[in-house]
Design a protein around this ligand. Structure first.
Ligand code: PA5
Length: 476
């Protein structure tokens, strides 16, 4: 797709509607007044300035990804072209940020049954993202792969994540047994250029390697080679995605709350947290965006869930992110969201124009309770159900707001991802926490190393051995 002009970009601008966060709609007890937002303006201003001052530095290297990857993008596109020619399957080995982004973008921008399409229609390799170490899953994957026609992409920033490295060891062993010296032609490494083990291994094995910039953490990495290579392999226009991100960055370059969607949504979430809204529900009304909600959950949860603030005070900050899918979860979760505790902020994601239209056929003329659907489209139905849910939540005084994508395409997905990343950075600044570390994740990783007897983790092993033993009494 050709680069978009200003008019086209404007037509693809995301919309944020936060009416239903306001007291006028959900009542004074739950909602916010203009006066409250005005009073909180200084909090937003400060967060905006902090993010602006730190962009491009430290762990905020991700802010520059839309601008500083021209050469890398060309390399990715050329590599993807080659992979498309030679392989039928592309398998990502990775976990956390290395897996959720590729999955989210694949689901958003490819045919929803991509892997099941015949090759002639698919026009790109099948994509598998292996983000677990369930042995049954590994065997199941190997059962459906022809190694001859498979390219693997091992992705780990630290180069030492047990899950990813165990997958790598299993696959590399198989590849070597099958292809000998040519095993390297079936594996690409995406990792830090200077830290961890994968870079050493990649050099030893002579693997094609892409680098994860130092200032880009796992959950902020979708717009670097972590996400761009898998996306390009399945035919996503990655330049368009980066363009969308740059466009959102430009939109968010003002601290005017009426113009910066990432800043106002961060402020509303922050103020909601102060009112005890400890849960953030992400509910897209589109199957294509289902895994964007998963990706968001990691971004929001891992970034904001922190026990201490920047001064070391215990704060136990964060909001539990919950994924939901419209309309599916209307028949599962909405009962709770509408009538349960007042502890949630619900973000609905709407799509203005779905990429397909399906008419509901005529029939059952003699049964009015069914025939009222006839002559309408599924598009009308899903849209009406979203509007109806929004109404139902609002009349029950439940805080909710809606982000609308004019349509789902590479540009709008770039906008959406970047907006959520910025929103997270603003919210972290408001909470005065380190948004970009993950000591809680490291805790689990280190305990696994200790259990496996990894060198350097002897102390952790000792601590674990000395922990209070479980009582048989409590196991029934
Ligand atoms: O956001 C993060 O940094 C983490 O969730 C990582 O993505 C995850 O732990 C995987 O780490 P790595 O890329 O080092 O394998």
């Amino acid at each position: 797709m050709a680069r978009l002009n200003d008019k086209m970009r404007k037509a693809l601008k995301l919309k944020l509607d936060y009416n239903n966060m306001m007291a006028d709609y959900v009542g004074e007890e739950q909602g916010f007044t203009d006066a409250e937002l005005k009073r909180a303006k200084s909090i937003a201003d400060k967060a905006f300035e902090t993010v602006k001052a730190n962009r491009g530095q430290g762990m905020m290297g991700w802010t520059e990804l839309p601008y500083n990857q021209a050469e890398i993008v060309e390399d990715i596109i050329a590599t993807a072209k080659d992979i498309k020619k030679k392989f039928d399957n592309f398998v990502v080995l990775g976990i956390g940020g290395s897996a959720l982004g590729p999955t989210a973008v694949f689901q958003a921008l490819c045919h929803l049954r991509h892997n099941e399409l015949p090759k002639s229609k698919r026009k790109a390799p099948k994509l598998y993202v292996e983000d677990n170490v369930d042995p049954e899953r590994m065997v199941a994957l190997l059962d459906v792969l022809d190694l001859e026609k498979t390219m693997f992409n091992v992705i780990t920033k630290s180069g030492s994540t047990s899950e990813t490295m165990s997958q790598y060891l299993i696959i590399m062993d198989l590849l070597k047994k099958k292809f000998g010296d040519k095993a390297k032609d079936h594996m690409i490494a995406t990792t830090s250029s200077n830290k961890g083990n994968l870079i050493k291994i990649a050099k030893q094995e002579g693997l094609k390697t892409f680098y994860i910039p130092d200032g880009v953490g796992g959950r902020f990495s979708e717009l670097c080679p972590v996400g761009l290579l898998p996306a390009a392999v399945v035919g996503v226009d990655i330049k368009q995605m980066l363009d969308g991100a740059a466009y959102m960055d430009k939109i968010c370059s003002t601290k005017d709350l009426k113009k910066n969607p990432a800043l106002i949504s961060a402020l509303l979430e922050y103020l909601s947290m102060q009112k005890g809204k400890n849960i953030s529900v992400m509910m897209p009304y589109a199957d294509s965006l289902k895994y964007i909600a998963d990706w968001y959950c990691q971004l929001w949860g891992e970034s904001l869930g922190k026990s201490v603030d920047k001064e070391g005070n215990l704060v136990y900050a964060g909001q539990t992110p919950v994924k939901a899918l419209g309309v599916t979860d209307q028949h599962s979760q909405i009962q709770l969201y509408r009538e349960g505790p007042f502890d949630k902020v619900i973000t609905l994601i709407a799509v203005e124009n779905y990429r397909k239209e399906v008419e509901i056929s005529e029939g059952c003329k003699d049964i009015p309770d069914v025939s009222f659907l006839c002559g309408h489209t599924m598009n009308e139905l899903i849209t009406s159900e979203r509007i109806a849910t929004e109404y139902a939540l609002t009349t029950a005084q439940r805080l909710n707001y809606t982000i609308t994508l004019p349509e789902v395409n590479a540009f709008t997905i770039g906008e959406l991802l970047y907006m959520f990343e910025l929103e997270t950075a603003y919210a972290g600044a408001m909470l005065n926490i380190d948004t970009f570390n993950q000591p809680g994740v490291e805790g689990g990783k280190n305990a696994t190393y200790a259990l496996f007897g990894r060198k350097g983790y002897e102390e952790t092993k000792k601590e674990m051995d000395n922990a209070t033993p479980k009582k048989a009494d409590y196991i029934i």
